[in-house]
Design a protein around this ligand. Structure first.
Ligand SMILES: NC(=O)C1=CN([C@@H]2O[C@H](COP(=O)(O)OP(=O)(O)OC[C@H]3O[C@@H](n4cnc5c(N)ncnc54)[C@H](O)[C@@H]3O)[C@@H](O)[C@H]2O)C=CC1
Ligand SMILES: O=C(O)CCC(=O)C(=O)O
Length: 524
């Protein structure tokens, strides 16, 4: 049974997949009200109100996934979630139309002074001359950030007969041409636009992208809108230019601090506001809640996620192709880790053959996870494996090499430690399974599961027999056995598998056999 905490208010219909699921218990309460139970939840669903901080994540020790019912994840400490091995997903498309429509409604309201006129009429005034507006038709709209919402706004603006200028450093020329917008630099946009609206995420680069200096470059009488995130337009800069009369009007759905109780911006007649309502429609709330609910359920049932912020996202179809290699890589990492009982500083992974057609970064993360599991106390998974490896001074990298192994696909892992190195090769054979096909240059062929014993020895008569005898005396049945050697009478290896774990006494006896160089038990 999975326990899911829904901390912010969400559409009941949207949560239906979770409410209907048999293996799920849902608690719809704010995190602050379930302080004692925080460690029991497997998943946390939030909108923008709940702040998912390092402190909260530390208290939620069972947490596996955070679902953000919306786009912006600035209320979630992604770095901390990644460190805690918690997957973060969002619902990127569900509220695009609602937010674009809201921005457009704000724009129309702004240039026609609708909110101010509404207050005036309700105050029993009839002051038509005070509310003379401006047409949108023929005006230049500058859009900063041309993603999902920016694109929808451009479509609507063109239908209103506006020229659309776009600044987005990640926008390709082809897409701009297709969308019928003019791409320009930020300075060109600032100097040309009559109205500017921002639709970027809040990042180090976008924080204060419109500020005292950049707003000064805009036309006198500019209209500015922020329906994305508070802080993208610097509030002090806004106040400065509202006071000096440079700005004709501002529409804000979002604020640097929400609610903006003490913000001076609320005192300006030419500032119109809404309380972060961009995504507040029945449709958007249903969409985003349903999207994250379905995704969280799939994830908890062991499926890949399609909109993760801190994991490579894979479709189910792609995941099915990757899954056998994902497992093979985890087993390979685990084997090396158990055989190399020393500090390791580099892991290099070579992919060859058909596996190179897949998203190998996911396979690499699985390998690093498998390697770290026997060494790390904290829960390590594909989300935090990279960070944990880095923290422990282990570098890793992957590359594609020509397919010379003789296998249809092959993964070779070379691990460098302080005192030695280890090399392992694995392949996946459909309908046959994962196979380890070489260890430290010895050709071998074994299935990497269960209780294994890896023995390095000298290729001499009687060694294998003595091993079998000691194991037999300890009541240990050898399930499978593989041997490999490079030269007659030289170094050799054995890989044995058992139905149960070996005890220390039998290992001690094996170690005493002359011509045995080393022994490692491997538990997979
Ligand atoms: N008011 C509300 O209720 C809502 C607000 N939002 C906000 O709107 C933002 C945009 O949402 P979407 O369009 O869905 O996101 P998106 O990811 O589709 O688009 C963001 C765009 O910003 C661009 N961008 C990133 N850094 C930039 C920079 N330094 N300069 C210019 N452009 C830059 C990206 O290239 C991308 O095209 C979200 O991050 C969220 O914060 C989203 C939904 C509802
Ligand atoms: O209504 C909400 O949850 C806020 C939506 C939002 O800001 C977002 O999706 O980024």
């Amino acid at each position: 049974m999975f326990r899911i905490l829904v901390s912010d208010k969400m559409s009941g219909d949207g949560l239906k997949p979770l409410l209907d699921a048999e293996n799920v218990e849902i608690v719809q309460q704010n995190v602050a009200d379930v302080e004692e139970q925080l460690h029991t939840f497997d998943a946390l669903l939030v909108r923008s109100a709940t702040k998912v901080t390092e402190e909260l994540l530390s208290k939620m020790s069972q947490l596996k996934i955070v679902g953000r019912a919306g786009v912006g994840v600035d209320n979630i400490d992604i770095e901390a979630a990644t460190k805690h091995g918690v997957v973060v997903i969002n619902a990127p498309n569900g509220n695009t139309i609602s937010t674009a429509e809201h921005t457009f409604a704000m724009m129309a309201s702004l240039v026609r002074h609708i909110p101010q006129a509404n207050i005036s009429v309700k105050s029993r005034e009839w002051n038509r001359s005070a509310f003379v507006g401006t047409e949108l038709y023929g005006k230049s709209l500058g859009i900063v950030g041309f993603g999902r919402i920016g694109t929808e706004i451009a479509n609507r603006a063109r239908a209103f007969g506006m020229d659309v200028l776009v600044f987005d450093p990640f926008l390709t020329k082809e897409r701009a041409i297709k969308m019928g917008v003019t791409v320009c630099t930020l300075d060109e946009l600032l100097q040309t636009a009559d109205i500017i609206t921002v639709h970027t995420p809040l990042t180090k680069e976008t924080k204060g992208i419109l500020n005292k200096e950049t707003i000064a470059k805009t036309k006198k009488g500019i209209y500015l809108l922020n329906c994305a995130r508070g802080g993208i337009i610097d509030e002090e800069g806004l106040i400065y230019h509202l006071e000096n009369g440079h700005i004709a009007g501002v529409a804000l759905d979002v604020f640097e601090v929400e609610p903006p109780q003490s913000s001076k911006l609320l005192d300006f007649e030419q500032v119109i506001t809404t309380p972060h309502l961009g995504a507040s429609t029945k449709e958007a709330q249903l969409n985003v809640a349903a999207q994250v609910s379905e995704e969280v359920l799939l994830f908890l049932d062991g499926n890949p996620v399609t909109s993760s912020i801190n994991l490579p996202t894979l479709s189910k179809e792609v995941y099915e192709k990757i899954q056998p290699f994902h497992l093979l890589a985890k087993q390979m990492g685990n084997i090396v880790s158990q055989c190399m009982k020393e500090p390791v500083h580099d892991i290099s992974i070579d992919f060859e053959g058909s596996v190179t057609d897949l998203e190998t970064s996911y396979i690499t993360k699985s390998l690093i996870t498998g390697f770290l599991r026997p060494r790390v106390d904290s829960t390590v998974n594909e989300v935090n494996a990279g960070i944990i490896a880095q923290e422990r001074g282990i570098s890793f990298g992957e590359k594609y090499i020509p397919n010379n192994s003789g296998y249809e696909n092959c993964i070779t892992v070379k691990v460098s430690g302080d005192h030695s190195a280890f090399e392992i090769k694995g392949t996946y054979v459909p309908h046959y399974g994962q196979r380890i096909v070489a260890l430290n240059g010895f050709d071998i062929d074994f299935y990497p599961v269960g209780h294994l014993l890896y023995i390095q020895h000298t290729d001499k008569p009687g060694v294998i027999g003595r091993v079998g005898q000691i194991l037999g005396e300890h009541g240990l049945n050898i399930a499978t056995m593989q041997v490999g050697r490079k030269n007659k009478g030289g170094e050799a290896i054995m890989m044995l598998s058992f139905d149960k774990q070996l005890e220390q006494a039998s290992l001690n006896e094996l170690k005493n056999i002359q011509d045995i160089v080393s022994i490692h038990t491997i538990e997979l």
